[in-house]
Structures are given as C-alpha cells and as structure tokens.
Design a binder for this molecule. Structure first.
Ligand SMILES: NC(=O)c1ccc[n+]([C@@H]2O[C@H](COP(=O)([O-])OP(=O)(O)OC[C@H]3O[C@@H](n4cnc5c(N)ncnc54)[C@H](OP(=O)(O)O)[C@@H]3O)[C@@H](O)[C@H]2O)c1
Length: 281
C-alpha cells in the first residue's frame, strides 16, 4: 500500500480505528475521519506511536449531516490529488427515533445515506486514481433486513434493530447498484460483514438493547479481528478488479435474496439519490 492514499470513516474507535491502523502499517497514507476533533487527534497520536513514519491526516465531520459530508468531501478533494481506497465504516444503532438536521431518520441518514453521499462526492477522484476501491462496511444484520418503501424512515413505526437492519441492507443494495455503474471504470465497490465485534457500537442505546450489548460485549471478538475483512477487501491483490460482492471472514459469501434483487437495488438507488438532492444517474 506504499504510495496509496486511503480514507476511513469512523476511524476514531472500534473497527474503523483498527482498519486505519492496518492500512497505515501496510504503508498507506491514511485520512482519519471522525466527528470529534479530540478523538481524531487521539487516534492519530496512537497510530503514529504504533507505526513509525505514519502519514495521517485529520478530517472532522458529522456524517449524519449532508452539509458536513459535502464539506468533508471538499476538504478531502483539496488535500488529496489522488484517492485509492475509501472505507465507509462509520455507523451506529439508535434505540429511539431521531431525525437529523436534514429531517431524515438518523439510522438511515448515517448508516446508509452517509455512505452514498460521501462516495458520490468522491467518485470522480476515485475514478481518476483507478485502480481504486470502495469498501462498504455493512453487516450480517442485513440478512434480516427489509426495505419498507412505504415507511423508509420509520415514521409510522420505529424499531432500532429494524432500522439498523434496513440501513445495512441499504449498504449492500447500494454496493451492487454502484458496481453496475462502475463496470469498466477501474473502481471496484464491495460490501462486507466485519463479524460480531467488541466495540462501542451500541453506545447510543439504553434499555434492553444497550443492556444486552453490555452483557455480551466482553465475549465478542476484538476490534482488530473486526478490521480483518475490511483490510482484506481494501488491499488483497487477488481482489483487483473484483466488484459487486459481499464478504465475511475474508471470504466471498452470498448476501440476502432481497439484496440481490435488482429492482430493489434500483429503487433504493433512486430514493437515496433523491434524498441527497442528486439527479438520478
Ligand atoms: N461491532 C459489531 O459487532 C458490528 C457488526 C456488524 C457491523 N458493524 C459495523 O461496523 C461499523 C463500525 O462500527 P463499530 O462496531 O466499530 O462501532 P464504534 O466503535 O461505535 O465505531 C463507530 C465509529 O463511527 C463513528 N460515528 C458514529 N456516528 C458518527 C457520526 N454521526 N458522524 C461521524 N462519525 C460517526 C464513531 O465516532 P465516535 O467515536 O465519535 O462515536 C466511531 O468512530 C459500523 O458501520 C457498524 O454498523 C459492527
């Protein structure tokens, strides 16, 4: 990865931090994206201390807010004449329904639309840097996800796990719809499940969900193992040119039947582009 430039969102903790560390160890220059400047600085200091000669750049943005994503993308484009790898990783689950500054339900806005908007804002730079890779950190939760087009943002009925599973299904659907559009461009896009990992993932939840996560958390795999599949998909030479696939445990696996339904992929693509104020391509 020497000479390559990578951007990792949600790199201040958990799987994203370990992914940024792994890419830095592999020799890449890495942009650390977080929403809290102090956490971004802390991550940069820690990775810098672990990897002699590390080249790291701080970027701060709340990825649930579209204006902040656009501002982030502008900063990345100004800082990086080339971008070889984009890892969309920042995500969370919310036990109560909230809406963002854009008036969009927060899980859908952060976990799904955040990936879509940042990717599309950076797409020309990735194309200009081809061969380049987009890595979308989804989840096995997508397997029980369903896109409820009649109530996409849970306005009528909200459930944390339902919203999260739908957003993670959104990641996989987006990956396949984008892969089709990127065929022949030299830019690949893949989705993955990182494993069930001991991270701060459910920190926004209280009640049963937060309690349950707190109980099982110590028995889960460590964050470094959670980054293994992201690093594999971002760097493995044998995956050059491989696009529109879903990975788990560093291997290609089938994603859910709904995720492979081209009509659903296209419907979500159109709905998402409308929600981020872009013409449908
Ligand atoms: N842990 C698991 O078992 C598991 C399983 C399947 C999939 N995943 C996926 O793995 C990815 C990483 O999660 P994790 O488990 O590593 O959780 P984590 O430790 O909570 O890390 C999430 C990262 O996303 C950042 N983030 C959250 N909200 C943000 C926002 N509004 N704007 C910008 N950044 C934001 C967090 O920043 P702060 O530190 O500032 O909150 C943090 O850096 C997520 O997409 C998650 O869905 C996790």
């Amino acid at each position: 990865m020497a000479g390559k430039v990578c951007l990792v969102t949600g790199a201040t903790s958990g799987i994203g931090y370990e992914t940024a560390l792994g890419l830095t160890r592999a020799g890449a220059q890495v942009g650390i994206v977080g929403r809290d400047p102090a956490k971004v600085e802390r991550a940069i200091r820690a990775i810098g201390a672990a990897v002699p000669g590390a080249v790291l750049d701080p970027f701060v943005a709340d990825l649930s807010a579209q204006a902040e994503i656009r501002r982030l993308a502008a900063a990345v484009l100004a800082a990086y004449p080339r971008l070889d790898v984009l890892v969309n990783n920042a995500g969370a689950i919310f036990d109560r329904r909230e809406v963002t500054v854009d008036g969009i339900e927060r899980t859908w806005a952060l976990d799904h639309l955040g990936y879509v908007l940042l990717t599309l804002e950076l797409l020309d730079r990735l194309k200009g840097s081809a061969p380049a890779r987009i890595v979308n950190v989804a989840s096995a939760a997508h397997l029980r996800g369903h896109v409820d087009f009649a109530d996409l943002e849970g306005a009528r009925s909200y459930g944390a796990i339902r919203a999260y599973s739908q957003a993670k299904l959104g990641n996989v659907l987006f990956t396949y719809a984008l892969a089709r559009r990127l065929a022949g461009s030299g830019v690949t896009v893949n989705a993955l499940h990182p494993g069930v990992i001991n991270t701060g993932f459910a920190k926004n939840t209280r009640g049963l969900l937060g309690f349950g996560w707190g109980l099982i958390r110590p028995f889960l795999r460590p964050p470094a193992e959670g980054a293994a599949t992201s690093l594999h998909v971002a760097t493995a030479p044998e995956l050059a040119g491989v696009s529109g696939r879903y990975f788990s445990r560093c291997r290609e696996e089938p994603s859910s039947p709904e995720s492979r339904d081209e009509a659903v992929q296209e419907r979500v693509w159109e709905a998402s582009l409308r929600q981020i104020g872009r013409a449908v391509l």
